[in-house]
Design a protein around this ligand. Sequence first.
Ligand code: PHE
Length: 330
Amino acid sequence: MEKLEKAIAKCHSLDELEKIRLLVFGKKGYFTEAFANLKTLQGEEKKQVASTLNETKEKFTTLLAEKKEVLERGKIDEVMQKDAVDVALFSTTLGAGALHPVMETMNKIIDYFVGMNFSIEEGPLVEDDFHNFEALNLPKHHPARDMQDTFYFDDGMLLRTHTSPVQVRTMLSQKPPIRMICPGSVFRRDFDLTHTPMFHQVEGLVVDEVGKVSFANLKFILEDFLKHMFGDVTVRFRPSFFPFTEPSAEVDISCIFCKGEGCRVCSHTGWLEVLGCGVVDSNVFKAVGYENVSGYAFGLGVERFAMLLHQIPDLRSLFEGDLRLLEQFR
Ligand code: PHE
């Protein structure tokens, strides 16, 4: 028995321990035999041997259980060590996703205006003639409708050509003052290097009592916004025409590629056109039932901003979903 006790103490593996257990408790093991031999004894002697045997049996049960626990814990440690994952290792199989450059640009634009206390409004993509055109001082057969080649449905509904109908809906459902932007997708029948049939706009509208909103306010916020987007650029306002604003302007920034020297991107003018804006035409306020108010509005194409910020030459490549292109924007 002493030998077995020593063997347990020295034992290094669970397999080895099992062999010892069989020697002690197995069918042909020590105790099976010892208890069988009890039959040959009698009386007081039998009692004594039996009691010693029981004690020894208990002792070995404990010894084996304790050793088993120690060995098992060692085994767990070993497995843990072998299977340990180095979380700091660089993964070769899993790639992290990223925002599409158009959405990333959209977010940057929205961030600026939210910081300037503008609310975000949304509206339907399928619009009616009133919200997309009529209320914006674009009556039927007005030549300016040609500026926006429209997708029509058979029932006279249409895919919105700009996000301006959201401004109309907001004015119809809220009282001034209004200070809002409307980001979203818009649709026009156009397809070339710089046009896709679906693109994104962010338009803005500010309306308050007469005298509280001026062209100067518009000029300040757009200049500040364009510096937020493009850094240290010169901003220029050029007289233009939109049916829903009067006066109207188009806004240019000094070319961010040649710093105004003249290059291919700016068609050697030194300027890049980036925005349309103006003071809201009184006919628009009439259409939504607003009185004694003034306001300004502006609109921009998000894809154009993304193209300029990332120097993407062909707008269409933004919508092809080619990972070789998109992965460069991670
Ligand atoms: N709605 C115009 C467009 O889509 C953009 C614009 C908005 C221009 C507001 C001026 C003022 O072309």
